[in-house]
Write a protein of this length. Structure first.
Length: 215
């Protein structure tokens, strides 16, 4: 089946996806971000601490003949390298030097893809990333940590072709209550961090194959 139902959580009632727009510092760079999980879309619509209701927009993506990169099919390190191209896990000179080496070794060329699919780097991700680049996390538990983080899978519409095949279902527009779903978002994030801290501090974390040893 070539059609994929996707949802975009946002503070904005009126949204127009436009090719070339977006922020270079988002997870996969410029693009329009969506998810197949309507529950996560609702939480992401109100994840800001501004006490404002949000909206979920429903879209249909005709994926036929589109080239989609799914990071779930690759080593977790390839996904981390992609994020390092756009987002900083630390602001130290050590991180800047090592991240360049990490990207060179594990990064993928994503320029020819129409859509990128992979985990969303939420607040929990940055907790993992900071501990990882500080050499506090063994690579053998990294994927398990990401699972515990409940990051959620997102789609980034990248190419002009992909934008042309994305259609909004106007009847699917939903108002999201801030109080209900912001609380869900915060509870999910707090539980994720507690679970991740326990794993990092457990005997399962050997702290042997760490970030600085991977080059």
């Amino acid at each position: 089946m070539s059609e994929i139902i996707l949802y975009h959580g946002t503070p904005d009632k009126d949204v127009t996806p436009i090719f070339g727009r977006g922020d270079d510092k988002h997870d996969y760079g410029r693009g329009f971000y969506l998810t197949e999980d309507i529950q996560l879309a609702k939480e992401w619509a109100v994840c800001r601490p501004n006490d404002t209701n949000g909206w979920v927009h429903k879209y249909i993506l005709d994926a036929e003949n589109l080239k989609i990169l799914d990071f779930q099919k690759y080593n977790t390190l390839a996904w981390l390298a992609e994020l390092m191209k756009h987002r900083d896990a630390a602001d130290s000179k050590r991180y800047r030097v090592l991240s360049e080496k990490f990207i060179a070794k594990y990064g993928m060329d994503t320029t020819d893809y129409d859509v990128i699919k992979g985990w969303r780097a939420n607040a929990s991700y940055f907790y993992i990333a900071r501990e990882f680049v500080r050499d506090n996390v063994d690579i053998d538990i990294l994927e398990k940590l990401l699972f515990l983080g409940g990051l959620g899978i997102q789609y980034c519409i990248k190419s002009e072709a992909a934008f042309s095949k994305l259609t909004e279902d106007k009847d699917g527009l939903l108002l999201v209550d801030y109080a209900e779903f912001n609380d869900m978002y915060n509870q999910r994030d707090a539980a994720a961090r507690d679970n991740m801290r326990r794993l990092i501090n457990s005997d399962e974390n050997k702290v042997t194959k760490v970030f600085s040893t991977l080059f």
